[in-house]
Ligand binder design. Sequence first.
Ligand code: MG
Ligand code: ZN
Length: 222
Amino acid sequence: MSTRIVRIEEKILKKNEVSAFENRELFKKNKVLAVNLLSSPGAGKTTLLVRTAELLKNRINLAVSVGDLQTEADAERIAGAGVPVVQINTGTACHLDANMVQKSLSHIPLESTDILFIENVGNLVCPASFGLGEHLRVVILSATEGEEKPLKYPPIFQTAHCVCINKTDLLPYIDFDINKCRENLARICPNAEVIEFSCRTGEGLERWFDWLIDRWKIVYGE
Ligand code: MG
Ligand code: ZN
């Protein structure tokens, strides 16, 4: 890699850091806990947000910024659950950056939001390098992806505060070794909370809700 390319990358990341800092200030001012939700495509980010909105919206105020290359399909699904949502279309970009998120924030009622979820583009690689000003990073790993994912994509797991193992209802039918997966996570991200659930059946989701609400209380107190 040439020096010039390295410099351009540094510049992009530096610019991102500035926007991320501004986002963070905006979150603080409005007492918003921001959660960056990451996974590979199809692991269940949108489904988790729909379930979370349905079951948690009467206990705490939620909002969502959702990133995809194209379409508003995910925003429409989440809006159906009755929370404010903005779709960010990234065009060709395979991750959200802090500036894209900043533009979406003007469409979110921040002053009446307690938790903002930022659903990142489905990708386990470069979203790890782009901070969005979030307080928490949550990575979803679906049981259908295999237990070796944390070993193959360590950076994104190493920055996670919480790793969710989704689709546990499929465990009797697939070769996914959940104990091995827990061991791999303990090796790669020993400090991350690990929460197992099935968005389809709802089993295990209560722990996810409790964890989220506790995090909000830790940051903003009551
Ligand atoms: Mg989605
Ligand atoms: Zn990318």
